[in-house]
Ligand binder design. Structure first.
Ligand code: ZN
Ligand code: MN
Length: 143
């Protein structure tokens, strides 16, 4: 499954004429295998032993490239570091207020909210994001 997804992502890179470097491959592989919505810093810490010459900035630039191509989504939180999410299928997030774990969930798109908010505000809406907050099953067990 992960293999297939990596191959698919690599196709996306080729189509966009983005050179596939070992670093790029490793970053994609990490995003696909962990699905933890990591920050650039977390990816850096996981890969620095394999690529001693790689900097956080390199990781960040590569992630930006993936976002541009459309194979990765950036989740920005104002001042806090962005998190990166592999995949383009629309989904929403449940975030644990204790440990910070982010879980994907799929739910019918809330396009009617976009329409309603557009009518109410006069904004031309381009996208929406839904995050729900609570305590994850693991943290519930810990009490
Ligand atoms: Zn938790
Ligand atoms: Mn996600």
């Amino acid at each position: 499954m992960a293999e297939q997804t990596v191959a698919h992502a690599i196709e996306g890179l080729k189509e966009s004429n983005v050179r596939i470097t070992p670093q790029r491959y490793a970053i994609l592989e990490f995003l696909i295998e962990h699905r933890s919505h990591p920050t650039a810093d977390e990816i850096f810490k996981a890969l620095e032993s394999r690529f001693p010459n790689m900097s956080v900035a390199t990781i960040y630039n590569n992630l930006r490239k993936f976002v541009e191509i459309g194979i990765v989504q950036e989740m920005s939180y104002g001042d806090a570091a962005s998190r990166f999410d592999f995949g383009v299928q629309k989904h929403y997030h449940a975030i644990c207020t204790d440990c910070g774990k982010i879980e994907d969930f799929f739910y019918p798109g809330l396009e009617d909210v976009e329409m309603a908010s557009s009518e109410l505000t006069g904004y031309q809406i381009s996208e929406h994001r839904l995050e729900v907050y609570g305590v994850c099953p693991n943290c519930q067990k810990k009490g």
